[in-house]
Design a protein around this ligand. Sequence first.
Ligand SMILES: Cc1cc2nc3c(=O)[nH]c(=O)nc-3n(C[C@H](O)[C@H](O)[C@H](O)COP(=O)(O)OP(=O)(O)OC[C@H]3O[C@@H](n4cnc5c(N)ncnc54)[C@H](O)[C@@H]3O)c2cc1C
Length: 503
Amino acid sequence: MSGTAAYDVIVVGAGNAALCAALSAREQGARVLVLEKASQEERGGNSTFTAGGFRFVHDGLDDLRRDVLVDLSEAEAARAYIPPLPAELYMHDLQKVTEGLAQEELAGLLIGRSRETVVWMRQQGVRFIPMFGRQSYLVNGKHHFYGGVNIEAVGGGWGLVDFLVKAAEKAGIEIRYDTGLRRLLQDRKGAVTGVTVFGPEGYEDIAARAVVLACGGFESNPEMRTRYLGPGWELCRVRGTRHNTGDGIRAALEIGAQAFGGWSTCHAVQWDISAPPYGDRVVLDNFQKHSYPLGIVVNLAGERFVDEGADFRNHTYAKYGREVMKQPQRTAVQIFDSQTIKMVRDEYRIRQVTKAEANSIEELATALDIDPVGLARTVQAYNAACQPGDYNPAILDGKRTEGISPPKSNWALPLNEPPYYGFVVTCGITFTFGGLRITTRGEVQDTSDRPIPGLYAAGELVGGIFYQNYLGGAGLMSGSVFGRLAGGSAAQHARAATALAAE
Ligand SMILES: Cc1cc2nc3c(=O)[nH]c(=O)nc-3n(C[C@H](O)[C@H](O)[C@H](O)COP(=O)(O)OP(=O)(O)OC[C@H]3O[C@@H](n4cnc5c(N)ncnc54)[C@H](O)[C@@H]3O)c2cc1C
């Protein structure tokens, strides 16, 4: 491709979605520039902070070993049971958690292209392994995987971003760090012709045939959080990058792009109360506390406020942070006893954890500033409500409570074997759901539904996939599917625009 613009495609951001877009555009022969607001040290956006877990359609372990888990040894394979994830189940689960609001066409693309996109990423150099540590329980000596997000990039989010950056550099893609998008440039016909950025030398206009926005949501912008998520949201912790401040969304809205998706909801989890305001690049996602289905969660009055066993943690964790946000002082405590503490995830064993241990519930309450009378009453009522049944944390075991509100619908073991353990959490936001409307080619649509020529989007800033709640492992998958799609479409658009200019 050639023409007056120095670049065919500019990709804004250097996280998973952006790097997939850049690689896909480059594959089609486009000259690609990646612009990243963060420094090289802080590169990778939220994608770096992830566990690198992907949810995609597959037919079980043997199928995965063909072209995704190609490095898995016989010994590892013999220790794992990974159930198939059919497209219908993926769609069912996505629509269930989003209250049926996920836009059909986008959800269909996400799911329908998930498997081929993971294989494509493997071809780009990303390596994958089963998530032995976090998404399986040992049952009769075998790792039984559950919940649909069972495969992670080797090295987690760091590994994922490293693989993708190396692939981009190898493909000759230029990445400019410390250079943030400020504005989109347009011609008189409304086609996007480049960007205005702010970098080390100040403002600069850079021309391109097409622009892909993949620079995240507005989770790190307290003003936008408060405006769209509601009062109090300026006070939550941010789990990942401090750089996703809604710049891409705002720049697109300024030129008439259509706002779409769940603008007043977000992905937010239970997050250690002592975590810093933004993500820590050493601790990463280990401030999260995701083993609550094994225990109970109470507020500082000692009252339960969610059904800890409503579903697999992959289906509830992303909405329970918002429930913690509503509690006094935005604080909650997860409680386990000696039966269940053995099963909690590794993130409970980090040095930076905020916890207490005690031989009685009253002592635990006092140590953690919970109302001791309230907590004792709650635990007594909960224990009395636990019904008999076979306990199995790897399946929805139906071992539930009866007669208390909220119920615990699965895994309801009485808390009666001291010592007791309490872990103090607050709300940590992961990413926002509101964003831009795109077509099935990844084109950003204007407020009259027309594609804005030359403008594409992928990743967190695409609206319409997640509403109210989220499905574990679908965020990275969405970034990869729509990044690949947007990058490919942008390269085709650039080629056509160049040909037209040459006529
Ligand atoms: C702690 C944590 C754990 C997670 N775990 C998982 C998981 O295991 N599986 C999963 O599927 N999802 C997970 N997620 C969600 C996942 O991170 C996101 O869905 C996904 O990474 C978003 O990718 P993205 O490329 O859209 O955004 P990002 O990876 O955040 O990339 C956006 C990039 O844009 C840059 N940027 C921002 N503004 C500008 C600008 N003006 N100009 C230029 N660049 C800009 C940012 O610096 C950043 O590098 C997790 C998130 C967090 C925070």
